[in-house]
Design a protein around this ligand. Structure first.
Ligand SMILES: [Zn+2]
Length: 768
């Protein structure tokens, strides 16, 4: 079991070495699902980002053949110490989950990614993951620890625990090479597998590349390479073999002899001959009440060796309760003899060698539940996901698809299979595509934003209503507190399944500091629907959905808004444009691929999206035009970029070097260095009160070194650290102004933080 804190912390080189070279069962226990991170491929944040990363981990495991496991810990964002982390999470709860993971998966060896003695040297979640692993190593074997788990599992003592050290912990590769490695255990992760025609390193690079939303697509690595493990706990091996004294074959008796026979008799050019041994093995495992995953592996081998294929599909990706849908079943027998298949509800079919059974049938979706990820059905409590059934804790996902039961009669035995219903589409440019089939409410409503900010004026709020019922109608209404005037309900009609209609409501604040939640309510045929459908859909994962209450926040801010024309260039993706449009500003997104310097002429302000200089190669050709724009009087607001992986060092018209400093305490004091500067006074007066209620953090990747033209405006730091000044810098260049800001506006504006809005308005007003 490999233990770390986040999706992407895991060392896929070791995981694929364990599965491919040592043929052992390897599990990656990630404490969190990565909900708090940033997203390089889209706008998912929070729970939806966690959902995306869960799938990326599962895709990575499909490549490296490990298994995936989690705790309930919520990734609450950057934390500088493990002490802080373990306070946020309620240490005992997460410790219980790690102990549970060990008792359930029974690892002989535990490997941590991080050093348990590194408090304050890396992300607090990282050190915490190693500390928890060290403690859980002993507690998993102690019947007095978390005895409530023993209803489901037995105690388990892992044999030994290592820490997987790396050059990063030594500052540089050179330092690591020079360091004394006596006493460390080494693993050559560069093994080449001739049967597969691929090396371990290549497999692990492919696995790592699945972390697309974190930008970990990488080139394949080949050749010898060493990983180092430091022994920390348990029974210390005397040789370099980390498996010393561990029996790698868990099977014995007839099961073992069957496995050996299967391998010895296997004929690659006639795999069908393995059938009898496989069926016998299946029966033996069943008698011994073996784990379902083992039985499924044997069933899978039976299908593969016999060339049997089946699928059950439908055209739409979504269905509703009690709806009747069209489905298509295909069972193809590519073995050299006839098979006999009993299909639940359709009787028994004889399928001849290399022939298919194909049938379309109507399916009534009764006796099904709405699809929703099990850990997202309730709001998290105390930074933990709420899981109702304790036995479910740790599972990466619990799929509950609509299934068709069939039984294939192989003369010697009858074996049951379940075929999950999937959406199948054929796209002329891609070919066939499969996605999970989900059950959703008949009507859903989505707001296009989570927060709507008002500045004493009414505005139109759009709700997109989607119907999954043909020829239907729904009454749509919005509900807010009594400080708001909201236009009356509207009834809308739908023809097709999946049809979406935008419904506009006039919403008006009638008190100065009105603040409320706004709920969408849909009524149709005596039933009420109150959920939104949130879809995460990318080519590298299975489509995911999350059903949650259709709700947004409405806030009236006493904001003075400068009259400026704004252009925006997208970096890795943020919601600054929609957050500014929400208060009535016009923002045009420019396209770097169709660049023309005259594009900027009609604007006063250009906002650069987060990580623009990290992610958009075209910026290296365009930056000079941007400096020209400033010279001619424009204002450029450069949001944070990471100091590593800049595509150009010229991120400002003058010297500006970025560091990696951040302030992760969202309530850290920010001192106004020049209280009379316009940024604190015009058009909005900023006071310390405006620094209240920021979310997750203050900011990140502050500037380290800058030209004397740039003036630092804020100073602050996390508890116990030295003051930072590179948080917000403004400087004149030609007739215009350049601003660099590491403040997390990309989080604060979408979250509707009033003070952050005010400050951003004043930055926009720095245009002279
Ligand atoms: Zn991490």
């Amino acid at each position: 079991m490999y233990i770390a804190a986040h999706p992407d912390d895991e060392n896929t080189r070791i995981i694929s070495w364990l599965t491919h070279e040592k043929h052992v069962d390897a599990v990656y226990l990630s404490l969190t699902r990565g909900d708090g991170g940033q997203n390089l491929i889209g706008t998912e944040k929070g729970e939806l980002l966690g959902l995306l990363r869960t799938q990326e981990l599962l895709e990575a495991r499909k490549v490296d053949k490990g298994r995936q496991w989690f705790t309930r810990a919520l990734d609450f964002g950057y934390s500088k110490t493990s002490t802080e982390t373990l306070k946020f999470w309620d240490k005992q709860q997460i410790l219980a989950d790690v102990v549970w993971a060990i008792r359930k998966n029974k690892p002989e060896i535990i490997i941590t990614r991080f050093d348990p003695n590194s408090n304050g040297e890396t992300h607090g979640h990282h050190t915490a993951s190693a500390i928890l692993a060290m403690e859980a190593f002993d507690l998993a074997a102690d019947p007095k620890a978390f005895p409530e788990q023993l209803k489901y599992v037995k105690v388990w003592q892992p044999k030994r625990l290592f820490y997987n050290t790396s050059w990063w912990f030594f500052g540089s590769k050179e330092n690591f090479e020079k360091s004394d490695k006596t006493g460390l255990y080494s693993i050559n992760v560069g093994t080449y597998f001739p049967i597969l025609g691929i090396s371990n390193n290549e497999i692990s690079s492919k696995s790592r590349s699945k972390h697309a939303c974190q930008g970990f697509g990488m080139a394949l690595e080949r050749g010898s390479d060493l990983e180092y493990l430091k022994f920390l706990k348990g029974d210390k091996p005397k040789t370099n073999d980390i498996f010393e004294g561990i029996n790698l074959s868990s099977e014995k008796g007839p099961i073992k002899t069957h496995q050996e026979k299967l391998i010895a008799d296997y004929q690659f050019n006639n795999p069908q001959l393995s059938l009898n041994t496989l069926v016998e093995l299946y029966d033996l495992l069943k008698k011994e009440k073996a784990d379902v995953s083992k039985l499924n592996q044997v069933k899978d081998l039976i299908l593969k060796t016999q060339g049997i294929y089946f699928e059950w599909t439908t055209q739409n990706g979504f269905g509703t309760l009690n709806q009747e849908i069209n489905t298509r079943l295909e069972i193809t027998n590519r073995s050299n003899k006839n098979i006999n298949v009993a299909i639940l509800g359709s009787g028994t079919k004889e399928i001849a060698a290399n022939d298919s059974y194909k049938a379309t049938e109507k399916l009534k979706l009764d006796d099904v539940q709405l699809s929703n990820p099990y850990w997202l059905q309730q709001t998290p409590k105390n930074n933990l996901h709420v899981v109702n059934n304790p036995a479910d804790i740790g599972q990466p996902e619990i799929l509950n698809p609509v299934k068709k039961a069939i039984t294939i009669n192989f003369d010697s035995a009858k074996i049951d299979f379940e075929i999950p219903l999937k959406q199948k589409t054929v796209d002329p440019s891609i070919g066939e595509q499969y996605e999970p089939f989900y059950t959703v409410p008949s009507f859903v409503a989505n707001f296009d934003q989570e927060n709507f900010i008002f500045s004493n004026h009414p505005k139109q709020i759009a709700v997109e209503v989607e119907s999954f019922v043909t020829n239907s109608s729904a009454k749509v209404s919005l509900k807010g507190s009594k400080d708001w005037k909201i236009s009356p309900p509207q009834t809308i009609e739908f023809k097709e399944i999946g049809e979406k209609k935008k419904v506009l409501f006039k919403v008006e604040p009638i008190s100065r500091n009105a603040n409320s939640s706004l709920e969408a309510i849909l009524e149709s045929q005596g039933k009420t629907y109150t959920q939104s459908l949130n879809v995460v859909d990318y080519p590298h994962i299975d489509r995911q959905i999350w059903l949650k209450t259709a709700q947004a926040k409405i806030q009236n801010l006493d904001l003075k808004i400068p009259a400026v024309k704004i252009a925006y260039l997208k970096g890795s993706g943020d919601e600054i444009p929609s957050s500014l449009r929400a208060i009535g500003l016009q923002v045009d997104e420019l396209d770097l691929k169709n660049w023309n310097p005259s594009l900027l002429k009609k604007y006063d302000v250009l906002i650069l999206g987060i990580r623009l200089f990290n992610t958009q190669p075209e910026i290296t050709l365009v930056n000079k035009d941007i400096w020209k724009f400033i010279e001619n009087g424009g204002l450029v607001i450069n949001q944070y970029n990471t100091n590593r992986g800049l595509l150009t060092n010229e991120i400002a018209p003058f010297n500006l070097k970025l560091g990696a400093n951040r302030i992760s305490e969202e309530d850290a004091t920010l001192k106004f260095l020049l209280p009379n500067h316009p940024v604190f006074n015009a058009p909005n007066t900023i006071t310390q009160k405006d620094m209240d209620n920021w979310v997750q953090e203050r900011g990140l990747y502050f500037a380290d070194d800058w030209d004397q033209n740039l003036i630092p405006l804020l100073e602050g730091n996390d508890t116990g650290e030295s003051p930072q000044k590179g948080i917000l810098l403004a400087g004149n260049y030609g007739k215009g102004t350049y601003v660099y800001t590491g403040l997390s506006f990309f989080r604060e504006l979408p979250a509707g933080v009033p003070g952050a809005y005010k400050l951003f308005m004043n930055i926009l007003a720095l245009r002279k």
